[in-house]
Design a protein around this ligand. Structure first.
Ligand SMILES: Nc1nc2c(c(=O)[nH]1)N[C@H]1C(S)=C(S)[C@@H](COP(=O)(O)O)O[C@H]1N2
Ligand SMILES: [Mo]
Length: 325
């Protein structure tokens, strides 16, 4: 398991911004952003194992055939990068929607029998390297045990095929309704602990102070957000019959999507209802506009009443400028 040079730009690199999510409901694998803070490890699937250990009555070690033999489920979920942990207020809208195949972590926790003292779960990847001047790091994330038992999905497939190496082969966690940073690729260890692990990627980076809070919290739940896909930015639209289309997503269902054209009043767009899975939701609105330059903004509201803020936040209203004629 030696690390190659990172294929993805390190956080802080401006090229992190804005890969286009495209028109597909499920994002083709080739269009999915790749984040690898420590580089992409080389893993031999024949010797790879997953362990569930720490504060459990029955530690487990599973090899890949044993994992693949367990009953499979599917989960389609929004997959969004938080962006650079060093610039938590910069919008990137690096977002995709992926159909994962795998099994709930709960199936393994039930076999490992967590001890009463277990409160947190630490997830470790096989990637090691240097980041922000610290050497010998492993990619580590953590969640409260209750959250992990309820939400964490162990994925070995992505859009109907085995996970590609760059997306975490042979196994990764997927934490629906949370930022991608929580979904640990190249997963090798699941460790139940009494305390939160202190680590570069748990307590040092990937924390933020939310509006109305006074203390930093871990970057977990998705913000309410939206992205206008058409017209594309700086597009020239042949005639005045414009169909605005885009996606909205949050940690809860998006219940309202408003558009404002040329600084006018917010108007509700048609919004897809969320299905059983935590996917993104499409929206559209048709308008006839005179020739010339125009601006459109989108603003999502979710079931918890969260609304996209004005420009200046990482999830501020999305704006696209385009020209008719
Ligand atoms: N082991 C490991 N897991 C990781 C990361 C990483 O660097 N190493 N990056 C995280 C971040 S910041 C994101 S956004 C997602 C990206 O997943 P993807 O590269 O499959 O799109 O993986 C997360 N899981
Ligand atoms: Mo990320």
């Amino acid at each position: 398991m030696t690390a190659q040079a990172p294929l993805a730009p390190p956080p802080g690199d401006p090229s992190l911004a804005d890969p286009a999510p495209g028109p597909d409901f499920v994002t083709p694998v080739d269009n999915v952003f790749v984040r690898a803070h420590l580089g992409i490890p080389e893993i031999d699937p024949d010797t790879w194992t997953l362990t569930v250990e720490g504060l459990v009555a029955r530690p487990l070690r599973l090899d890949l055939p044993a994992l693949l033999a367990l009953p499979r489920q599917q989960l389609t979920a929004v997959h969004e990068c938080f962006g650079s942990p060093l610039r938590p207020d910069t919008p990137t809208r690096a977002v995709t929607n992926i159909e994962w195949t795998g099994l709930p972590l709960a199936a393994l926790l039930d076999r490992a029998l967590p001890l009463p003292a277990a409160r947190h779960v630490r997830f470790e990847g096989a990637d090691t390297g240097s980041f922000q001047g610290e050497d010998g790091l492993t990619y580590v994330k953590d969640l409260p045990l209750e959250t992990a038992r309820r939400d964490v999905f162990l994925a070995h497939g992505m859009n109907g095929a085995p996970l590609p190496a760059r997306h975490g082969h042979p196994l990764r966690t997927v934490v629906p309704r949370m930022f991608g940073t929580n979904s640990v690729k190249w997963l090798t260890r699941v460790v139940l602990t009494a305390e939160r692990p202190r680590h570069m990627f748990t307590t040092t980076l990937y924390t933020r102070v939310l509006p109305g809070d006074d203390a930093p919290r871990p970057v977990r739940e998705l913000d309410v957000n939206s992205k206008i896909l058409s017209p594309a930015g700086d597009a020239r639209v042949a005639h005045g019959e414009v169909v605005f289309r885009g996606r909205a997503w949050s940690t809860a269902e998006v219940v309202r999507l408003d558009l404002s054209v040329d600084g006018g009043p917010w108007e509700p767009a048609t919004l897809d209802v969320l299905g059983a899975d935590p996917t993104w939701q499409g929206f559209s609105l048709r308008r006839t506009l005179p020739p010339g330059p125009h601006t459109v903004r989108s603003r999502a509201t979710d079931a918890a009443g969260r609304v996209q803020p004005p420009p200046g936040s990482r999830n501020s209203v999305h704006e696209v400028r385009f020209t008719v004629g």
